[in-house]
Design a protein around this ligand. Sequence first.
Ligand code: ADP
Length: 222
Amino acid sequence: MLTSHDLREPLRSISGFITLISKQCEAIDMPEENRKQVHEYFDYVHKGVMQMEELIGDIKEYSAINVLEKNFSKVSMGDLFHQVKDTLDAEITKWHATINIQSKLPVVNGDKTLLYSLTQNLIANAIKYHRPGVPPVIDVTYAHTDKGHVFAIRDNGIGVAEEYRDRIFLAFKRLHGKQGPYGGTGLGLAICKKTVEIHGGDIWLESTEGEGSTFYFSLKDE
Ligand code: ADP
């Protein structure tokens, strides 16, 4: 079976040899203009390698969900959201983000690792897809409805156009090309969808383009 280690091995060798080649190039006499260009090309190769590494990691996470032994226990969603907030501290500081977490969040029955990754993905996206020059303000709220536990993550970011609202949950569907300002593999929301389905729930969104989005997910109430 092909493992993520097998996939990473050739990348490591590309990375290693490109570093060696770039060192050899230093010794070659060439006009400054060309040297600059060569550096730029090496940077592209390194960025490509890093993107591929990220993709392999996400594919591994996405495919592992199918075979993962479900490890259900009582999970405090309040603690989980606060842990995620701490983990994202660097991004929060960088973008001057505010994250408000409703005080009384329930304890649910679920897989803690998967739920952590779900909440982290949604909050990280809410920070990442902010409007240029507008600091992200994110509200995490909760309601108990006929769908069970329903959590909402509201942002004041760029929003998602109506025609894309279903597609973004499919693997590799990204609304911004690779050359756009946002990095990513396009697997995050597909992982989120699989996670909520494992928990007998659903994920959906409401959004106004240019004003923000609210991502909802439900978890079965047992
Ligand atoms: P990635 O962020 O790696 O591109 P995701 O699966 O997490 O992949 O998201 C898919 C697409 O959905 C993103 O490319 C982006 O266009 C859109 N998206 C996700 N979250 C938000 C958000 N909070 N606000 C606006 N657009 C979003």
